[in-house]
Design a protein around this ligand. Structure first.
Ligand code: ZN
Ligand code: ZN
Length: 368
């Protein structure tokens, strides 16, 4: 990721863009909330080696967000974990992978069903018709059932319906913008959204072809790859990809270097699932978003969930309303979490804390 991209760069003069994105959060809330990106350039991923033959493909920030991927080279083909939000992004990574190995990509693993982690599957399937696409059984169900949340085939339809409204709003905001920096940003966001809409019109979703309902250990060429199903968390179908020999884990969005997105999640189960993950031996985390992190980040991220839940329960017991919690808890939790949860331009503490409180309140107190 370009270290020069700071939050300040993103938000300078972009008040209207920010407001527009916030207003449209429900159109694409998984991972692209309350921040935008400067251009739709070609530099989408940085391939970072994390162990011999293991790479983290760290996604550059985009208004239409892409997830990170893990790329695992074996002597029986390449394994790619997650495929981003669109075929063009998957193609960009596919080409990068081709530049480091002549091995075919034989397996793609989808960590969960969210739109920004699987909508590029088709690129690999088209290049390699025998491709195996691996996910949990529940993720496959979520990809096809209506109202599963922020991903899946029904969600593609929903996005197709909503994107023209988003494009219209961005166009209106652009027309009324006066600040040059803001205009540039809105223009870039509009272009990205139009291009994304075009891609979604012709997307040929490729669903998982091999699913598991419990943890398995796969021997792929010279590697052992464990697919861990440890319980509900970010979704009810999360898998973690653990490389025991290399001591690396790819976590999807169940453990990220941004603030968590909780709308399709299970906050209290999530803490227990991370407890279970912590018992495995690994030193590096390739998260669904953000940068590669040491194992210690797990405790920090889990601590946020634990403290958020505890703060909401305590406030509720004291008779506080949700609105009162949204006024007081952000500053209260900021002491421990704002800095560590704001290390990247997207998914920052202040962008998500309000929604996290609202969602966790609904799920923990109202049991919604
Ligand atoms: Zn994501
Ligand atoms: Zn997600």
């Amino acid at each position: 990721m370009r270290s020069s991209w700071t939050r300040r760069d993103f938000l300078i003069g972009s008040g209207a863009a920010l407001a527009a994105v916030q207003a449209l959060d429900h159109f694409h809330p998984c991972c692209a909330m309350a921040a935008d990106a400067p251009t739709a350039g070609s530099e989408l991923f940085e391939l970072k080696p994390v162990a011999d033959g293991i790479y983290a493909a760290i996604a550059a920030p985009r208004y239409k967000v892409n997830c990170n991927a893990a790329v695992i080279l074996t002597n029986d083909g390449v394994v790619v974990v997650d495929s981003h939000s669109k075929p063009s992004a998957a193609l960009a990574l596919y080409r990068e992978v081709q530049s480091i190995t002549k091995q075919p990509i034989k397996r793609v693993i989808n960590t969960h069903f969210h739109w920004d982690h699987w909508q590029g599957n088709q690129v690999y399937k088209e290049a390699y018709p025998d491709l195996e696409i691996i996910a949990s059984e529940r993720t496959l169900e979520n990809l096809t059932r209506p109202n599963a949340g922020n991903g899946g085939i029904p969600n593609i339809e929903a996005q197709r319906e909503m994107l023209p409204k988003e494009i219209e709003k961005l166009g209106n905001d652009l027309a009324s913008a006066t600040d040059p920096a803001q205009k540039l940003r809105l223009e870039a966001n509009l272009l990205q959204t139009q291009a994304y809409f075009q891609e979604l019109k012709s997307i040929q979703p490729a669903l998982p072809t091999r699913t598991f309902d419990k943890t398995v250990s796969l021997v792929v060429g010279d590697r052992e790859i464990q697919i861990l199903l440890l319980g509900r968390g970010h979704t009810d179908g999360d898998v973690f990809i653990h490389l025991p020999k290399e001591k690396v884990v790819a976590t999807g969005d169940a453990l990220i270097d941004w603030m968590p997105f909780m709308n399709d999640g299970f906050p209290e189960d999530w803490v227990r699932t991370l407890d279970a993950l912590e018992k495995f031996e690994f030193t590096q985390i390739i998260p669904g978003h953000g940068g590669v992190m040491p194992k210690e980040h797990l405790a920090f991220f889990r601590g946020y969930l634990t403290d958020l839940i505890a703060a909401i329960k305590k406030a509720d017991a004291q008779g506080a309303s949700l609105d009162e919690m949204k006024r007081t808890l952000p500053d209260q939790l900021a002491v421990k979490y704002e800095k560590g949860m704001s290390r990247h331009p997207l998914g920052q503490y202040r962008d998500r804390i309000g929604l996290n409180i609202e969602v966790a309140y609904g799920k923990v107190i109202r049991k919604g």
